[in-house]
Design a protein around this ligand. Structure first.
Ligand SMILES: [Zn+2]
Length: 151
């Protein structure tokens, strides 16, 4: 099976900060690798799941907590006014369920609001955040998550 997310999940012990913003027994959080928007996060199950309907009750129970905790951390770190949460898993090689948790900045242009936010994903090499920038924001988010603890 050629699944990018499973491939990275198997290397969890050696992942860089940008691919390990947070982790628990069911979920891992990474910064999107090709986003032009700082703080674009992806929340993925630790095992291969191709449909939300296949999540276990235990995975489902912490899904909501992660979406809210990540949204709080993004608000604190990026200054976003709210977050967008989306799940499609349609791209070839990326059928593994992944929830995009995306900071909606106060100054987001009108033509990028709602689904048009995806204009910031799939960015070219020069436009996307480089790995160092991704690692920095990942570290800031991780620190925030550690501070906040469970609520
Ligand atoms: Zn997978």
């Amino acid at each position: 099976m050629d699944c990018y997310t499973c491939h990275r999940n198997r290397q969890i012990d050696t992942l860089p900060a940008r691919e390990l913003v947070a982790v628990d027994e069911h979920w891992r959080v990474a910064h999107a690798f090709d986003a032009a928007l700082p703080g674009w996060l992806v929340l993925v199950p630790r095992r291969h799941v191709a449909s939300i309907a296949e999540l276990t009750d235990a995975e489902a129970a912490s899904l909501g907590t992660w979406q809210v905790r990540l949204s709080r951390a993004l608000r604190a770190v990026t200054g976003c006014s709210k977050t967008y949460v989306m799940q499609f898993a349609e791209k070839e090689g990326f059928a593994h369920v992944h929830f995009h948790v995306v900071p909606r900045m106060p100054d987001l242009p009108d033509d990028r609001r709602g689904p048009a936010i995806f204009g910031y994903l799939g960015a070219t090499q020069g436009q996307r955040l480089d790995e160092l920038q991704q690692d920095e924001i990942a570290a800031a988010l991780r620190a925030r998550l550690d501070d906040a603890g469970p609520e």
